[in-house]
Design a protein around this ligand. Structure first.
Ligand SMILES: Cc1ncc(COP(=O)(O)O)c(C=O)c1O
Length: 345
């Protein structure tokens, strides 16, 4: 495999220099452990600047934990959680949500990754019936695992429906910033203001080394999180190194600049490839991912140059993803190689 950066995932990217600087700056003196420190206090303040004063926010190491512990805090094992069939919760968390929450995951086929009220309605039944899993949470991902973005109106429709039925909205916002940049809105507008109750907020995919947050907009449901986080083995003793990263991430628009840039590079890649007849783009390109069906014979030669994942082997659908550190040159080289490979084979 080559040393090129590749387009497999924003998880493959490095750490933004401002974040590294923040980690180094936090590496002085002793400070109180487990989040009772000044770095965490300042990071929480930053979160409140972006998401409003009326939140509870807690830090964890990774996105899987943010999802699972957030959901565990608001459910009993007799509940059901409704999500898209493509949700990270469903396909990439090794049935951790089922194990830790005990809940039934009701998965809905959503061809563009987005759920609608019409799709969910048939599953929101059986309230009060002891024979039936009690519907409790609708979990949506923003942007979705298919690179599409819920509009504000779409989120509000889902949250109104959830609340009307005594349910909660969880948002997996591992890449929330890419959605906010795409919609050109603030992060609060498409989360708390749109009726989201619990948000998993990512950092790692946009320039942080590690660290994710769980934000409760609905403070009535957050009270047990601290115990569940500890039981869930996600209470970092040297919390300051997550907090210092978040403080930098949420300062000087770093989160936004990085996300806008990744989206822009994705649009460039899309522009270069959308008219290639051998490539069929399968989803709207709204954030930092492109899904495309390409002839199988091109996949291995291309992966050797710029690694990427096959999303669906059966249909030969691949995913290309850009990051804050993808360069224009990466894109031009990659698209040139694609054209050459097609011409030769
Ligand atoms: C949409 C989404 N949610 C959650 C996660 C989980 O993140 P982690 O791998 O840090 O557990 C990912 C990771 O790629 C993701 O893409």
């Amino acid at each position: 495999m080559s040393n090129n950066k590749g387009f497999a995932s924003d998880n493959h990217s490095g750490v933004h220099p401002d974040i590294l600087k923040a980690i180094v700056s936090a590496n002085v003196d002793y400070t109180i452990a487990y989040g009772d420190d000044e770095y965490t206090e300042r990071a929480v303040k930053k979160f409140k600047e972006h998401f409003g004063d009326n939140i509870d926010v807690y830090f964890v190491y990774n996105g899987t934990a943010a999802n699972i512990l957030g959901l565990k805090t608001v459910t009993h094992s007799f509940n059901s959680i409704i999500c898209a069939e493509t949700a990270h919760l469903n396909v990439h968390e090794c049935c951790g949500p089922e194990k830790f929450t005990g809940c039934k995951l009701i998965t809905i086929l959503a061809s563009n990754g987005k759920l609608t009220v019409d799709q969910i309605e048939p599953y929101v039944v059986g309230f009060g019936d002891p024979h039936v899993a009690q519907p409790k949470v609708i979990s949506i991902t923003q942007p979705t695992e298919l690179g599409t973005v819920y509009t504000l109106k779409e989120i509000k429709e889902l949250s109104d429906f959830a609340h009307k039925n005594g349910m909660l909205i969880h948002m997996d916002g591992a890449r929330l910033y890419n959605a906010a940049a795409s919609l050109n809105v603030g992060m609060k507008e498409i989360t708390g203001d749109a009726g989201v109750d619990i948000l998993s907020f990512g950092g790692t995919k946009n320039g942080m080394m590690f660290g994710e947050a769980v934000i409760f907009f609905n403070k009535k449901v957050s009270k047990d999180f601290v115990y569940i986080r500890k039981q869930g083995m996600q209470l970092a003793s040297k919390m300051r190194f997550i907090s210092a990263q978040f403080e930098a991430f949420l300062s000087n628009d770093l989160w936004l600049k990085n996300a806008r840039y990744a989206n822009k590079m994705t649009q460039l890649l899309h522009k270069e490839l959308k008219d290639v007849p051998q490539i069929k783009i399968t989803q709207k390109v709204e954030a930092n991912a492109i899904f495309a069906i390409i002839p199988k014979k091109y996949i291995i030669p291309l992966q050797k140059e710029y690694f990427f994942h096959v999303f669906n082997e059966r249909t030969s659908e691949v995913r290309w993803m850009c990051s804050f550190d993808t360069t224009k040159e990466d894109i031009m080289n990659f698209t040139e190689i694609i054209r050459k490979t097609i011409a030769e084979k």
